[in-house]
Design a protein around this ligand. Structure first.
Ligand code: GLC
Length: 442
């Protein structure tokens, strides 16, 4: 008998096929907080009232906003989907909502920033998603005093009657309906985030999820209507209606792939910043190197996961130059080696000393980070490899068992040049990918 849970899992599996193929996306955190330029939690950290934050609304006019430039940067980096904050915790809407005046079309900008983002990224062939904060520090019916995160959480003047919270839920559900109805086909809805008792049915999550599925049934949704991450019903064989389609580890890569309690691999996506802030932070120059981004993307894929890599555009509407430079170099690597990422997943092999494996069908990709002394060791692969090539340029890689490895007869060994017993530098020290076509799928 097909139970409801089995049906949920089957539908999730079908919906997320493209997601497991695409593997690499751009996260974009943008809004009023780009003006103070101290990250997207500035109201929380500095306990700014709505009135103290209002000057940023009154001044918001990102005249250099050109989402086509953003889309082309994402495309060149090898990113296949992108998620923009339509509304963050500050409640500011980057879209022309009919349910509030607190929106970009009422700022000096006058623009529907979400619509322009969607049009530009679709035009570049990139799938589109919207991040929507279910937390709202601007709405008068959202809990304030005594809440865990609200900027006015310590201020008794902001004691609110819990009986008014349903009015906020009507607003929140209404805005989600607007986004699903007025902006064409979306590919991802990225909710953020549940905490403490603010979880699940507190958001009327079943009703919300049923509404979403009725309007855009193909849409994939993260798991944060239920949790911020960590254990949730998506990780069980009994997922509830609002468990979502993928797990969303944040600023961490799981130690191993995520599975449910019956061992089924789960779609998951690590969301990671390029520096240490989601929203633009002028002082934060702690950027990850292109090599780190490349190797962490490989790590996600080697564990059956995706990476959603964040940029935080500034108040002028531009992605920071440091971010663009990193994305450009990552894109050069992806252009030569993307086959080892797209549609790949965990290999049926233990992690090797020198790097990581990814696999697609009977092709294994060896991602070599560390130079070897002598030939490169492929444990357990003796007699199993039909062909070995450097993925980036298709050049021959020599498979042999040279005299200095002769005692390891069950293992395979490869090298970039002859004599194969010698030591040679890696063609790409960031990550040299060797395409190994196996004789039979492992
Ligand atoms: C956390 C932060 C939020 C950010 C999100 C990205 O939930 O609160 O600012 O948008 O992580 O995953």
């Amino acid at each position: 008998m097909i139970t409801t849970q089995n049906k949920l899992i089957e539908e999730r599996t079908e919906r997320t096929k493209w997601f497991l193929q695409d593997r690499f996306g751009m996260f974009i955190h943008w809004g009023l907080y780009a003006i103070p330029a101290r990250g997207e939690w500035v109201r929380n950290g500095e306990r700014l009232t709505v009135e103290q934050y209002q000057p940023y609304f009154d001044a918001f006019n990102p005249q250099r906003y050109n989402p086509t430039e953003w889309a082309r940067a994402a495309k060149q980096a090898g990113m296949k989907y992108a998620v923009l904050t339509a509304k963050h915790h500050d409640g500011f809407c980057l879209f022309d909502s009919q349910l509030t005046d607190y929106k970009s079309t009422n700022t000096p900008s006058g623009r529907d920033l979400v619509r322009e983002f969607l049009d530009a990224f679709r035009a570049e062939g990139i799938k589109v998603g919207l991040y929507y904060s279910i937390i709202d520090w601007h709405h008068e019916d959202y809990p304030a005093y005594g809440d865990l995160h609200h900027p006015m959480r310590d201020n008794k003047d902001y004691q609110r009657d819990p009986a008014t919270f349903p009015r906020y839920l009507e607003y929140m559900h209404g805005q989600v309906r607007e986004l699903l109805t007025n902006y064409g086909k979306l590919d991802i809805m990225w909710f953020d985030f549940s905490y403490g008792e603010m979880s699940g049915e507190k958001w009327r999550a079943t009703e919300l999820m049923e509404m979403i599925r009725s309007i855009q049934p193909h849409l994939i949704i993260d798991n944060r209507l239920e949790v911020n991450d960590g254990q949730a019903s998506i990780m069980t064989s009994n997922p509830n209606v609002y468990s979502g389609d993928f797990c969303s580890p944040e600023q961490i890569i799981p130690t191993e792939g995520l599975t449910d309690n019956e061992g089924r691999s789960l779609p998951w996506e690590a969301c990671i910043t390029l520096n240490n802030n989601w929203g633009y932070a002028a002082h934060d120059h702690t950027y990850k190197t292109p090599q780190t981004v490349i190797r962490k993307l490989v790590e996600c894929v080697s564990k059956n996961g995706n990476m959603l890599l964040n940029v935080g555009p500034n108040a002028n509407g531009e992605i920071p130059v440091e971010s663009l430079r990193i994305l450009e170099e990552v894109g050069e690597w992806m252009n030569a080696n993307g086959e080892s990422i797209y549609g790949c997943g965990k290999a049926d092999l233990p992690k090797p000393d020198w790097g990581r494996y990814t696999q697609k069908g009977n092709t294994v990709y060896a991602h070599i980070y560390e130079e070897n002394i002598g030939p490169i060791h492929l444990p357990g692969l003796a007699g199993k490899i039909k062909q070995a090539r450097v993925l980036a340029d298709g050049s021959e890689v020599f498979l042999s068992l040279p005299w200095n490895a002769s005692q390891y007869s069950t293992d395979a060994f490869m090298n970039f040049h002859r004599p194969e017993h010698s030591t040679y530098p890696l063609p790409d020290p960031r990550n040299t990918v060797i395409e190994l076509k196996l004789i039979d799928e492992m």
